[in-house]
Design a protein around this ligand. Structure first.
Ligand SMILES: [Zn+2]
Length: 269
């Protein structure tokens, strides 16, 4: 082991399109750990215990869900209904879910509806200024913007219509296996554009450009997901590569860094 990072709250990986592969960093406390430099090397992750809520920044023995303590999960606008289901947005009506000021700032800005190939074609919604981050977080090899709306609610309505034709979930096993459906991508985009409801067609973007990413994890990977769920849990292995929010080890185990957000992780490499 050539370095040790003492336990600090982990955040989802920061990803950046690069060649020959996407670059990834793990924010750990005030440090950024360079993932690409660790590929092919032994790595040890440990959760000694304790976690920080991403909303109130309080420290707890465990978090309730999605990086939030119990109180924030049920009270914070960062965990409100429209975060997961954009069609439930109400700020455009001047109506609060949890905190109207937060929801106005979050929902009343341009949103992107996209199709991505991440082990299968999926539809998704993201704030336009976040769009590249979102596709990379999902491990996509290709993504295309099919609509840009004025707010989150409109994007949510388009997504609901497109869910009848495409999944809105990433199949992480297929994504990590490196399956691609690129041959169908143009056809899928054409079907998606047609499926946008008539009253929302004004937001459609017929000439979106493809955004592509190559990943360090080689195709053909058979993944077995593991989680550090009990204080003292350790994951140790040789890092095979990285894709989306996953670190993949040579023995097939994978860990989703995002689903550990807030845990005080220690890292040795
Ligand atoms: Zn909290």
């Amino acid at each position: 082991m050539s370095f040790t990072w003492s336990a600090a709250p982990v955040r989802k990986m920061i990803l950046s399109v690069s060649e020959p592969a996407v670059r990834a960093w793990i924010p750990l406390g005030r440090h950024l750990v360079d993932v690409n430099a660790l590929i092919g090397k032994a790595l040890r992750l440990e959760w000694p215990g304790m976690a920080e809520c991403q909303s109130c920044h309080g420290v707890f023995s465990e978090l309730h869900a999605q990086g939030f303590c119990r109180k924030c999960f049920f009270d914070s606008p960062m965990a409100g209904a429209s975060i997961v289901r954009p069609e439930l947005s109400t700020a455009h009506l001047g109506k609060a879910d949890r905190d109207l000021e937060f929801e106005r700032a979050y929902q009343l800005q341009p949103h992107t509806v996209y199709l991505a190939d991440s082990g299968g074609i999926k539809v998704g919604v993201t704030r336009t200024r976040q769009q590249v981050t979102r596709w990379l977080d999902q491990g996509a090899t290709c993504a295309r913007v099919i609509a840009v709306t004025e707010n989150r609610y409109e994007a949510g309505l388009i997504e609901v219509a497109l869910k009848q034709h495409f999944s809105d979930k990433t199949d992480w096993r297929k994504m990590l296996a490196g399956l691609e459906f690129s041959a169908d991508f143009d056809g899928a985009v054409a079907r998606a554009l047609e499926a946008i409801p008539t009253d929302l067609q004004r937001f459609a973007l017929a000439d979106g450009t493809d955004h592509r990413a190559h990943w360090s994890l080689a195709p053909g990977f058979t993944a077995k997901s593991v989680k550090l769920s009990q204080p003292g849990d350790v994951l140790e292995g040789v890092l095979a590569g990285q894709r989306g929010q996953y670190l993949a080890f040579t023995d097939g185990r994978v860990i989703n860094v995002r689903s550990h957000e807030g845990l005080f992780l220690g890292l040795q490499g």
